[in-house]
Ligand binder design. Structure first.
Ligand code: ATP
Length: 202
């Protein structure tokens, strides 16, 4: 799986639809202070399922929607679309039906976020899993924020371990283990209830 294009519409300072082509090799983004370079990285993190408004430098998730300027009115929604080259068919099952995979996240004021994978509605969790299994995602150590290196140097061992686990690509397994534990707990509860019923019948 290789990211090939990022499209932003109404996302932060990118009010008009804007495409960032991610070609083979290195892509550099240069520009004056405040032109939106960090917003691009945040868009990438957001479309991969970021849920923490703080990580997007906002107070609430709706702060990613273009807030308006003196000359342009605020928007009602923001949308980020990530085009992924899947010609090698490395996407996990459920996402692996085509050579190109388009993941779209849209947030609408007072409605919230919705995700699509190749026009099909999917859950946030599915998208987060997709990227976690591909050893990337909103928390990937490959996405380095300003100030993150010094944070890492000063981090506690547990936080540092999490970074290593992300890099090793096992964070998706933690999510699956958590889900399996919840199912197990549910089943145990159901078994207790069955025991009660059997006892009443005996
Ligand atoms: P630097 O080089 O200083 O780090 P940068 O190029 O990374 O800057 P960003 O931090 O990505 O710039 O962009 C900041 C700009 O985005 C500011 O002008 C800010 O007003 C604008 N911005 C952020 N959120 C919104 C929003 N919701 N609506 C409109 N503009 C926004």
């Amino acid at each position: 799986m290789r990211f090939s294009k990022l499209r932003l519409t109404g996302f932060k300072s990118f009010v008009d639809p804007t495409d960032l082509i991610i070609a083979d090799g290195l892509t550099g983004v240069v520009g004056p202070n405040g032109c939106g370079k960090s917003n691009l990285l945040e868009a990438l993190r957001w479309v991969m399922g970021e849920t923490r408004a703080k990580a997007m430098r906002g107070g609430g998730m709706e702060d990613v929607i273009f807030a308006g300027t003196a000359s342009r009115s605020a928007r009602n929604f923001a949308e980020v679309s990530l085009q992924i080259d899947n010609s090698e068919r490395l996407a996990p099952s459920g996402f692996n039906e085509a050579d190109q995979l388009d993941i779209v996240r849209r947030i609408t004021r007072d409605v919230g976020s919705a995700y699509k994978a190749n026009t099909r509605d999917v859950r946030a969790k599915d998208v987060q899993m997709l990227f976690a299994d591909a050893s990337t995602g909103a928390h990937s150590p490959a996405l380095v924020r300003q100030g993150q290196i010094s944070e890492l140097i000063n981090a506690k061992p547990k936080a540092r371990r999490r970074v290593l686990e992300e890099a090793a690509g096992i964070s998706g397994l933690y999510q699956r283990r958590h889900e399996a534990e919840l199912k197990l707990k549910n089943t145990e509860q159901n078994l207790l209830r069955v025991d009660d019923v059997i006892e009443q019948l005996a």
